[in-house]
Structures are given as structure tokens and as C-alpha cells.
Design a protein around this ligand. Sequence first.
Ligand code: PLP
Length: 425
Amino acid sequence: MNRSRSKELFERARRAIPGGVNSPVRAFRSVGGDPPFIARGKGALIWDADGNEYVDYVGSWGPLILGHAHPEVLEAIARAAACGTSFGAPTEREVDFAERLCRVVPSMQKVRMVSSGTEATMAALRVARGFTRRDKIIKIDGGYHGHADCLLVDAGSGVATLGIPGSAGVTEGTAKDTLVVPWNDLAAVQQIVEREPVAAIIVEPVCGNMGCVPPKPGYLAALRQLTAKHGVVLIFDEVMTGFRVAFGGAQARFGITPDMTCLGKVVGGGLPAAAYGGRAEIMACIAPDGPVYQAGTLSGNPLAVAAGQKTLELLERPGTYERLEAASAKLVDGIGALAREAGIPLFATRVGAMFTGFFTDGEVWDYASAKRSDTKRFGAWFRGMLDRGIYLAPSQFEAGFMSLAHDDALIDRTLDAARATLRSL
Ligand SMILES: *Cc1c(COP(=O)(O)O)cnc(C)c1O
């Protein structure tokens, strides 16, 4: 596959942009090789600057659950744009959208729009801290919630560790209020909340940023009980899982009611929009009603709201999630069977339309076990698939995403590529 034009662009990009990319994982550092520069997309397909075609399982990292350039979404954006792109004043559109979001995710009695998932989680934590008047928060080892300072914290070793900065530029003062526990480990959370006051625990109800790692049966329900008992605000970061593992998100799929929810990705229909919401009592803390400040020049942007509104409208049609489930099962079960045939150890995980194949012979239930994967082998798998026209997330620790535009023929094309790639490993 010739990618000379992409190579040229990458050289130029590296001179003008740090690492040549506007978000680190796009640079392909963990899989080797240079990234294709994408020129356009339509449905489940994308084309790079050299004209190579790929079946896309990244979907802009989740938002494009309807596929690229969906005509009805494009039309909604164009119509909104014709009336002006931003006012910084309230609009009817925002009210319609907020009402829809609260109806679809009923644990959100009120919702505030922001422009990125990072903003949503950052604001939700500030609100939780303002509401409880407590400082400490708990996050999951390997959980990703955007790049706010207090969330860029890694776990050390041990079960429940004091946070240490996971990025240069994050102060120890900030990190020390973030406590880190392993995913699926209730005892670790219990030890902390019984020992000291904690404002909030933030979890991805299905982890997606260590690869897809589902909750163990009963874990989320137990977490709900424990946090309620200790007055800890339970925040579901559904930026990835919202409208993805079920229309109402993971909380609908598993029947758990969090105190607060963060949405992003799908909610913006491919434009920059995100949201956070929760119990009315908690949301009452936000300015101008309450003392917690949070604002945004482009919050509730008309174009983003139009794209999100149309996307949710199309997703709400009957049968959507059954189709996503069936397509995802066909792909993931298919690759699992091909790996067994080829004698390659693979632990495949999937919840709804998000999934990961971990190259490991053990089971994966947290970040430590995810990290036992053979990342070298993943790199070879990734490059083999890319050269066969299949665009996967360029890291073992990212989830794959199915869209409604992936039809049987494209999934068969993917399985053919997988068969050849797995045999070559
Ligand atoms: C992508 C993601 C974020 C960050 O969203 P951005 O829009 O990239 O800032 C936060 N939380 C989760 C679970 C995510 O997957």
C-alpha cells in the first residue's frame, strides 16, 4: 500500500505541530509506522491522502456511530449554520436537546452542555466537591477521563495508592487528592471510603481506555450501594459508553442509577459537544444557581447541538441497538474463532458496540491484567490489518467501535483480512 503522500504530510506536520498530531495516540508511536492522513469518510469507510480505502473501526474514537458524513446529520448542521454559528446566548435548540438528554438518561434531572469530554468530567468533579464540601476523589487505575490535572494521575503499586502525577506539569498537590483503585475491586474502594471523607468516585461503567474491560457482574451495583452509604457522589463517565453500549448508556444496560453522568463523543454527533448532568439537588450547586463556577463561550453551540440532536433522533429508531449488537458480535466472535484456528491466544471483550481483542492467554479484568498483553504482537496485528485496508485503533489499550454503517459485506471483508493477518503473526 503506497502512503507516500501521508508520509510527506507527516514530515510537514512534525515541523509545525508537536509530534505532528493534535492528540498523541494519532502519532502511532505504540504500533510503529506513520499514520495515514485522512482525506475523507463516507459510512464505514475512510480514504487517506494517497487514496487508499479502509474499513474504519475507530469512528473518530466513538462519536460516529452512524458512520461518516451521514446525509441527515450533514443537513442538520448546514441548516443550523445558515442561521448563524454561535451566539453565546440561550437558544430554543439547547432547551430541546437538554429535555431529550434528561428523558433518555433519566438519572440526569438537569444537564449542562460543554464542548469536550474533558470539560464534562472536570466540571462534574468540581460540582461534586462543591456539593459534598470534600476534597478527595477516587478514580480507577487505567481509567481515562480526559486531561484535567486531577485526573492525570497514575496508580503506584499496591491496592489503594495515593495518587502520583501521571504527567509532567501536574503538581503533587493536585495529585494527592486523587486516590486510585484497581477496576473491579470493591474492597479497595471500601477501604478508602470507610477511612476518610471522599467527594466522588468517577468510573467508566465499562472501561474503554485500557481497552474494553467490562464490569464484573454485581460490581457496579455494589459500588452504587457503597457510595450511597458514605455520601460519595457516584459519577459515571459515559463519554464513551453513552449511546454506545445501549441508547441510555451503561446505566440503562446494567440498571444502575449514578448521581452524576458525563456524556461526550456520540452526544455531539461528530462535532465538539459534551454534557454533564445529575440529580437536581447536586446540579443546583452550579452558577448562577449556586456557588460552583463553570462556563463556556461555545457551550451549547448551535451546530454541535444540531448534529447531536439529529444523531440521537436517528439512534432512537427501533432496532438500532439490536443491529449494532449483532454486527459487533459477528465481528468479535469471528475474530475470536480465527485466532483459535491460528493458535494465537486472544482474550476478546465486548459490551454492545465497543470491544477489544487482548493478545494474552490470561483473562483481563483490570489494567494490570490488560498490561500483560503482548503489545509487540498487537503492533504486528495492527500493521497487518492496516495494510489489508482495516483501520483499527493504534493501541492495544483502546476500544474498537462498530457503527450502523458496517454491513455484512464489510464485516466479511474485515474477517478475511483478520484471517490472513492472524496466520502471518
Ligand atoms: C474520550 C473520553 C474522555 C475525554 O473526552 P474529550 O472529548 O477527548 O475531552 C473522557 N472520558 C472518557 C471515558 C472518554 O472515553
